[in-house]
Design a protein around this ligand. Structure first.
Ligand code: FM0
Length: 324
């Protein structure tokens, strides 16, 4: 029998209501629901081929051979579902506009879930793909879909998956990504969020706050109410980072320039009447939610103030697709 060689593309996503904390660390069931926007500019292409002649899994990332340990753990789930035991060759390419970060586990595991499941002979629905991608990285569950996506937290493997809120957006919005370079060793999302769940005295307040954020942001999206959507996203992100500051040991992802950019966004919003709101994930880069009509104006203002930073604008992006 000839082997199936399958290539899938998945785009990264940025959460407007963040996933921060697991209820089940093995199955990756979150403590709270989340909602994201899939981006057009940043994506991963992954090719998978199972081959009975291989004696181990192989993993090539951006042309370089890497340790396959994490890939093997993920492929074991696929092999079990498909009832096969062959090893696989996995070849992955990240498309990001610069080397300064934003290579994302979300696009990586969404592309791997799509390519590996199909190459193994499985024919999974988007809902099943979302559950599978979730096992690799929680945020990957959302990258199966384009546009606005909600990850329903659920309570077990079967009930925790993402659903599309609006896939093909006619709303002319997007994000500016500010690449703040970092030499500091980052705390991974995985370690950071677990430290928070275990030690932050504010964690239960975070979980309680999410239902309101999700309900209100979905109303704002439906009403095309950019201001309310932006305000919820910004305050939700800062509440997440407050958890990090309140855990033991405390930690944070900000660099001096991250804070300067956040202050500048607030300044432009207040004093120059351009609607723009920031969000920050487990790293120093700042993502700025804006409307497409304002993107050029905002970019030039930001570039004047921060000539050393690379800013790029991206529109909302699509869900997973197969390239062959
Ligand atoms: O994306 O431990 O998915 O909702 O990006 O692999 O399940 O890398 F801001 C942080 C993403 C966390 C918020 O965590 O963790 C979000 C974050 P994993 P992820």
């Amino acid at each position: 029998m000839t082997n199936l060689r399958v290539t899938a593309r998945a785009h990264t996503n940025i959460a407007l209501v963040k996933y921060w904390g697991k209820a089940d660390t093995d199955l990756i069931i979150p403590q709270n629901g989340s909602l994201s926007l899939t981006l057009d500019h940043f994506y991963t292409d992954t090719t998978v081929e199972f081959d009975s002649k291989l004696t181990t899994d192989q993993f090539i990332l951006d042309g370089e051979s890497k340790s396959p340990v994490k890939i093997t753990n993920f492929l074991n789930i696929v092999r079990q579902k498909a009832g096969i035991n062959s090893f696989a060759k996995v070849d992955s390419v990240n498309h990001v506009p610069s080397t300064a970060g934003l290579a994302s586990s979300a696009s990586a595991y969404a592309a791997l879930a799509a390519a590996a499941s199909k190459a193994s002979g499985l024919n999974l629905s988007h809902k099943e793909l979302s559950k599978l991608a979730r096992r690799g990285s929680g945020s990957a569950s959302r990258s199966i879909y384009g546009g606005f996506v909600e990850w329903i937290k659920g309570y077990n493997d079967d009930t925790s998956y993402a659903v599309p809120i609006e896939e093909d957006l006619d709303w002319k919005i997007g994000m500016i990504v500010a690449m703040v370079n970092s030499d500091k060793k980052k705390i991974s999302s995985r370690t950071g969020m677990q430290t928070v769940v275990n030690t932050s005295p504010f964690y239960s307040a975070w979980v309680e706050s999410i239902d309101d954020d999700l309900r209100n942001i979905k109303v704002a999206i439906k009403n095309r109410d950019f201001k309310t959507m932006g305000e919820i996203a910004e305050s939700n992100a800062m509440r997440m980072h407050a958890l990090n500051l309140s855990s033991s040991p405390h930690f944070n992802y900000f660099e001096p320039l991250s804070i300067e950019i956040m202050d500048t966004v607030e300044d432009i919003r207040t004093n120059e009447q351009i609607e723009c709101y920031y969000t920050v994930d487990a790293g120093p880069n700042i993502k700025i939610l804006c409307q497409q009509k304002d993107a050029d104006d905002l970019l030039s203002k930001l570039r004047v103030r921060f000539p050393q930073i690379q800013f790029s604008f991206t529109k909302p992006g699509p869900g997973i697709k197969y390239l062959n």
